[in-house]
Write a protein that binds this ligand. Structure first.
Ligand SMILES: [Zn+2]
Length: 459
């Protein structure tokens, strides 16, 4: 019996070693440290409570608005409560776009008028409170705009998100061209306004906003989003040979720029303080809802990294900075200021991680760095498997940390289960209640583990 036991113990260790070639003393101690961090987050995280504050006490946080400023001060307080060594505001300049009085929209089919929901695209110009009234013409691909007569018409840009892409961000990026570049392209061919099919993967009656980018060479025509259901309805009426008229009234406009801030909380590195690791999300949101998944979750997860590392009494070797970026949605003013400051101060930014893919179950980390560094991160991958994170194959990071590439920073982005993200992204349904506390904490926990590994071993 005794002999049998020893054999089975030996056999157990042999299989363990075989299954896990990197099993060694440091693997075991790293794994223990990560387990401690994981327990800290899963038991005592304040991310969900902070998210409630951002969503329910402050609410929508459009850049330049008084709510965005309230969020700056709330974020500063949260970072102080998390125990950061220093917390400060970093000034930035943001475009100041306002929606004005709520939009009004109607369609006319065979003389029957129907009220429809619409929302102006961010950064777009409105109709100055006047009612635009014109026939609707549909395009399903951007190339079609030169093939149909859009002069004097309202163009329905009806590009569906490709349902065959399992990673939904790919579909968003591809179909997003209609929202971003569609209004100016339609203006080039003489259209009077644009209605864009919402960039949403579900079918419901909520229009989703998002930024558009005008080309200064053409008139800045009004641009609104309509729901996926309404886009399908108008499309089928047009295909049956009937005409559809649209009536649009909106009051949005760009009123210049505003002063705002990134909020930064830092734990100073114990051994290499000059080496900076950034972890962040964006504090601003669209004005239609509470910006819970986009990107309240990234903000409170980043704060949770500071809190959990401090609460565990860890003294990171390198400096860890949580950055709550301002103005990701319609200008990137915050990320520009962050890069500019880094360059001016000649800071050494070794790594930056962004969470801006919703607070859903984490699946992996997208990486954007040299092959050699990527290899180093991938060697850590087995440490994450038991926490549900296994995908280290995708390229990418996020638009707030992205500019740091210019100064050679290695970048990463939290990858989530994104199947439901575009159901609510930029729509009035992106509210606190749509976030799961466990999924949110699991994301924060995995981010804390990666940040800790880089702080310990560098990159
Ligand atoms: Zn976002």
């Amino acid at each position: 019996m005794k002999l049998f036991l020893s054999f089975s113990v030996l056999f157990f260790f042999a299989t363990l070693t075989k299954a896990q070639p990197s099993l060694n003393i440091s693997y075991i101690s790293d794994s223990t440290q990560i387990k401690n961090l994981a327990d800290e987050v899963m038991i005592r995280s304040t991310a969900y409570k902070n998210l409630r504050t951002l969503c329910k006490e402050i609410g929508p946080r459009l850049s330049g608005s008084s709510n965005a400023l309230r969020a700056v001060y709330a974020g500063k307080k949260m970072l102080e409560a998390a125990g950061a060594d220093t917390v400060y505001l970093q000034p930035c300049i943001v475009p100041h776009w306002v929606r004005g009085a709520k939009e009004e929209g109607y369609i006319l089919i065979n003389g029957t008028k129907e009220k429809i929901k619409l929302t102006s695209l961010g950064n777009s110009e409105g109709t100055n409170g006047k009612l635009i009234n014109a026939d609707v013409v549909e395009i399903k691909k951007m190339e079609d705009i030169s093939r149909v007569n859009v002069k004097g018409k309202v163009v329905l840009i009806n590009i569906e998100m490709n349902p065959t892409y399992i990673k939904t961000f790919r579909a968003y990026g591809e179909s997003g061209v209609g929202r971003r570049a569609g209004p100016s392209l339609a203006a080039e061919y003489g259209a009077v306004a644009v209605m864009v099919r919402s960039l949403a993967s579900n079918e419901d009656d909520h229009p989703h906003t998002g930024a558009t980018v005008y080309n200064d060479s053409f008139p800045k025509i009004p641009a609104v989003a309509i729901s996926t259901q309404m886009a399908n309805k108008i499309s089928s009426v047009l295909q049956s040979g009937k005409t559809v008229k649209a009536m649009i009234k909106s009051n949005c406009k760009m009123i210049g720029t505003a002063n705002s801030f990134n909020v930064i909380g830092e734990i100073r590195g114990a051994k290499f303080p000059a080496q900076i690791i950034t972890v962040g999300g964006h504090l601003d949101s669209w004005d239609l809802a509470e910006g819970a998944h986009d990107d309240g979750t990234g903000v409170v997860q980043s704060i949770e990294i500071i809190r959990s590392i401090k609460a565990q009494g860890i003294k990171p070797l390198r400096t860890i900075r949580a950055v709550l970026f301002m103005n990701e949605e319609n200008g990137g003013g915050g990320s520009k200021a962050y890069l500019q400051n880094a360059k001016q101060k000649k800071e050494q930014h070794i790594f930056a991680l962004e969470s801006d893919a919703g607070g859903f179950t984490p699946r992996g980390f997208n990486l954007d760095m040299s092959l050699e560094k990527e290899q180093k991160v991938k060697e850590w991958a087995p440490l994450f498997y038991q926490y549900g994170v296994y995908d280290f194959k995708e390229k990418g990071s996020g638009s707030d940390v992205g500019p740091l590439k210019e100064i050679g920073t290695s970048l990463a982005g939290l990858q989530t289960d994104s199947q439901r993200y575009f159901d609510l992204h930029h729509a009035e349904t992106d509210v606190f209640e749509a976030v799961s506390k466990r999924e949110l904490d699991l994301g924060a926990m995995n981010m804390a583990a990666l940040i800790w590994l880089v702080s310990e071993y560098g990159l």
